[in-house]
Ligand binder design. Structure first.
Ligand SMILES: [Zn+2]
Length: 134
């Protein structure tokens, strides 16, 4: 059995539905943290069989919109200023980014950290937006 951390109650609800549709067997257990007299925060850990692990990861990556394909340079018309963009990552006129990479809020999710620590993410290209965070 493999444990996959860590999902909120509303995410778990979606995942139960999604895995049910796909017929993927799984278990989960709650993990309550930050307990105080006001209650605590309960998050959930998925538990899946080893043979279902790959399918589970695929489904979860799809659910969280985690991109495994590096962005391609954009060719077309800028949706903001209608300038012609010919194979660039951003608009030369207004600077609009044409990247469709994984959202940074997704990257702070425990599941993303799990993927990263298990080497399940593709090689990440350096993202210019990240450089100010170091
Ligand atoms: Zn533009």
């Amino acid at each position: 059995m493999i444990e996959i951390p860590r999902f909120s109650a509303s995410e778990l609800k979606d995942i139960v539905h999604l895995f049910g549709q796909e017929g993927v067997p799984f278990h989960y257990r709650g993990l309550t943290t930050s307990v105080s007299r006001y209650g605590g925060v309960t998050e959930y850990i998925l538990i899946v069989d080893k043979e279902d692990f790959d399918q589970c990861i695929d489904l979860l990556m799809e659910y969280f919109v985690i991109n495994t394909v590096p962005d391609q340079p954009f060719v077309g018309v800028c949706p903001a200023c209608e300038a012609r963009i010919d194979g660039l990552f951003e608009c030369p006129e207004c600077g609009l980014s044409m990247r469709v990479g994984t959202l940074s809020q997704t990257k702070s999710h425990p599941f993303y950290a799990f993927l990263r620590s298990n080497g399940l993410l593709p090689q990440e290209e350096p993202n210019p937006e990240d450089r100010f965070e170091r």
